[in-house]
Design a protein around this ligand. Structure first.
Ligand code: SF4
Ligand code: SF4
Ligand code: SF4
Length: 242
């Protein structure tokens, strides 16, 4: 059964425990950075930061809003990065979990093509190894029946992980509850991704790439790209499976 995350931002306190746990589990070194007057640090995802708690502050109706967004790869159902891959075996899908995995063969990929194919701007390149890297769903832990370390670490219940059907059910239940307090609450691209975000405000107030249709991809929105451009591939795969 495919897995999924539910990231309930209404419960996130921006403690960054998930961000640090991801680095620790993967034994990634610190990335040189500097204080820029914001809670978000480092400024963006890097080859050593597969998880980043984004922080957005904005004024609305005279009130300050702080929006927290623990960003990571969405493990798309029909992953555009996988469809854009030109190197066999470089980007693969673990059918059991639904995880999209980047292998050492990504050194032969065109990084710009892979990154621009991603509606959420996730892939990064390791300047030393030349590999393209990102969150791998903690596949080593998941295959050992353990939770991804970012989920295990979250004390607030913002990070959830399990069977996709269970996460969709939980997402629907939480949405009803959260909408009582936050009428704008919504689930982001839930039918297209394995990492479903529940947000309480307009997606653009969190991050430019929070939702697939928040981009300015030429000719079509990224959501249209997800839903349309790769739909023929999905149909071919379905017809092959019978
Ligand atoms: S560990 Fe949980 S509460 Fe803390 S930043 Fe991550 S998602 Fe938010
Ligand atoms: S979020 Fe981006 S990197 Fe992750 S599976 Fe989807 S297209 Fe690929
Ligand atoms: S699933 Fe694992 S690799 Fe992905 S963001 Fe969470 S801790 Fe990092």
């Amino acid at each position: 059964m495919p897995k999924a995350f539910l990231i309930d931002t209404s419960r996130c306190t921006a403690c960054r425990g998930c961000q640090v746990a991801c680095k620790e589990w993967k034994n990634f070194p610190a990335v040189p950075t500097k204080q820029r007057g914001t809670h978000q640090n480092p400024p963006d995802l890097t080859h050593y930061n597969f998880k980043l708690v984004r922080f957005s502050e904005h004024m609305e109706d005279g009130t300050v809003h702080w929006n927290f967004f623990p960003d990571q790869c969405r493990h798309c159902i029909d992953a555009p990065c996988l469809a854009a891959s030109a190197v066999p075996g470089a980007i693969i899908k673990d059918e059991a979990s639904g995880a999209i995995i980047y292998t050492a063969k990504t050194v032969k990929e065109d990084f710009a093509s892979i990154r621009s194919a991603c509606p959420y701007d996730i892939p990064r390149k390791d300047p030393k190894t030349k590999q393209i890297v990102k969150c791998n769903m903690c596949i080593d832990r998941v295959q050992a029946n353990l939770l991804p370390i970012c989920v295990k670490t979250c004390a607030m219940g913002a990070m959830n992980f399990g069977e996709r059907s269970a996460m969709l059910k939980l997402a629907a239940e939480r949405l009803v509850t959260v909408q009582r307090t936050f009428p704008k609450a919504q689930l982001l691209n839930k039918d297209d991704v394995s990492v479903i975000y529940l947000v309480t405000d307009a997606p653009a107030t969190y991050h430019k790439f929070a939702v697939a249709d928040a981009s300015d991809a030429p000719g079509m929105t990224r959501k249209e790209m997800l839903a349309g451009a790769f739909a023929p591939l999905r149909k071919i795969a379905q017809s092959v499976q019978g």
